[in-house]
Design a protein around this ligand. Structure first.
Ligand SMILES: O=C1C[C@@](O)(C(=O)O)C[C@@H](O)[C@@H]1O
Length: 263
């Protein structure tokens, strides 16, 4: 049976770290029209969460425009929880903003202040002042915080994976996240086994762990059984290598954890 975590996160009726593994769809668009079209297209697929990768937006440097776009997006999304992500360049961020610390900090803080964002995702590799400022803003505005780590080259050793998940928890994350690239199937096993170890040994908060690319697909399908609380499917397009359509993901997850059975 899937192990619940000690401090589940409740957002708009969804439980991250509860009995079910949730499915998140990413929104990656260069302009507002496309973003809203994508959201309209994805809503009937009934995702548990939507992630807006705001770093992909052409006009992301224009704070006012981003906030207006955010309010339009919120209207389309109704009650689906929103993760707001402005990814840093060294961990897969797109566009100019991903290279500008202060611009990223500013846009994330402004977004939290609107009250339209449920969760923000920032990287563990940010400096402590950055992380503390976001944590403070999140507390003030009732926003949950994901501290994440991405390695697009390799899968780190088990000790590094455990260390990063633990560090996210120690720095006050509500959810810890780690995505890594496998260079062999051994790495996929390593990621899953580290996930289980973190869940059993020390991690009280929910986590999201992902082994990327085709090779890591099993982690997106079955990661929930090992302790990962959210899995990412493909939105209108993929936001990372290895994502598959939500219908396929749901079917496979249903086979792995039949409802009403002890799995
Ligand atoms: O960090 C993650 C996970 C992810 O990288 C994935 O591998 O599915 C996709 C990103 O959009 C998201 O921010």
């Amino acid at each position: 049976m899937r192990m619940d975590c000690r401090h589940p996160v409740h957002v708009k009726g969804k439980i991250i770290g509860g009995p079910d593994t949730l499915i998140c769809l990413p929104l990656v668009a260069t302009d507002r029209t496309d973003l809203l079209l994508q959201a309209q297209k994805l809503m009937p697929l009934e995702p548990d969460l939507l992630e807006w990768r705001v770093d992909a937006l052409n006009t992301v440097e224009d704070g006012k425009e981003v906030m207006t776009t955010l309010s339009h997006l919120r209207n389309v999304m109704e009650e689906v929880p929103l993760i707001f992500t402005c990814r840093i360049d060294v961990e897969g961020g797109m566009g100019l903003i991903s290279r500008h610390r202060d611009a990223r900090l500013d846009i994330i803080c402004r977004a939290m202040e609107t009250g339209l964002v449920d969760i923000v995702d920032i990287e563990l590799c940010n400096d402590e002042t950055f992380i503390k400022t976001i944590r403070h803003g999140a507390d003030k505005n009732g926003v949950k915080l994901i501290l994440s780590s991405h390695d697009f080259e390799k899968t780190p050793d088990e000790s590094v994976i455990l260390n990063r998940l633990g560090r996210a928890q120690d720095l006050g994350a509500d959810i810890a996240k780690l995505a890594a690239m496998p260079t062999g199937y051994q790495d996929v096993l390593l990621l899953l086994s580290a996930t289980l170890k973190a869940r059993t040994d020390f991690l009280k908060i929910p986590m999201i762990t992902i082994s990327m690319e085709k090779m890591g697909l099993i982690s997106r399908l079955a990661g929930g059984l090992f302790g990962s609380d959210v899995t990412f499917a493909m939105g209108d397009s993929a936001s990372a290598p290895g994502q598959i359509p939500i219908q396929d993901l749901r079917r496979a997850m249903g086979v792995l954890s039949p409802k009403g059975e002890d799995a």
